[in-house]
Design a protein around this ligand. Sequence first.
Ligand code: 4FV
Length: 248
Amino acid sequence: MKIDIVTIFPEAFTPLQVSVIGRARERGLLDVRIWDLRDFTTDRHRQVDDAPYGGGAGMVMKVEPFFAAVDAIRAQRAGATPRVILTSPQGRPLTHDVARELAREKHLIILCGHYEGIDERVREGLATDEISVGDYVLTGGELPAMVIVEAAARFIAGVVGDAASVAADSFAEGLLDYPHYTRPPEFRGRRVPEVLLSGHHDAIRRWRRAQRLQRTLDRRPDLLKAEALGEEDHRLLEDLDVDAGESP
Ligand code: 4FV
């Protein structure tokens, strides 16, 4: 997958040089390029922002540099039509399903905002998608861009060592993950659940499934879709004395 990120802080993307994403780039599974928006300005002050029409606090990012940047990226990156993603609090919430959808693309261009925001004509004329990573305001779109890259890249075959762990991810089945333990079996009086030390693989599988159901019920009942639950889930929920008929 080709990913181009347009930003006024190209130095902010170290996290994409290490760990899973760093290795995926080394192995050619991901081709990530960071573009400095100021390289697409035409004035000697390399101005990327200006005062808002209609007045008001703060500055707005100018439209021309973004169009020039995306034109240059398209020209240099021949091939599939890219999804042009604008990171903003007004966007579609980033979810497991949205990340999996983006992972199917051949080319993503991610535009990072700053200041009060970006001139609306960028959204109208360039962006194919507007995505938010959460209902809060950040100072810039750089962190959201890295969140989008990480979340989508995990679905690309080979990026995460063991694909099973991606399939078992939280949200994969609309369920939160089960608790994980490793040595020592006891720490400061806190013991690892016996079933995990039992070697009884089916009992362990059922315990983990029940934990996923219980946690989702307690913490994110909005995620639990009764129709997505299997026969065994209903039995497990009964054991948790929860009637799975009506959505929680
Ligand atoms: C944001 C978010 C976000 C808003 C003003 C950058 C900032 C500045 N982006 N999800 N939440 N962006 O807060 O994606 O443009």
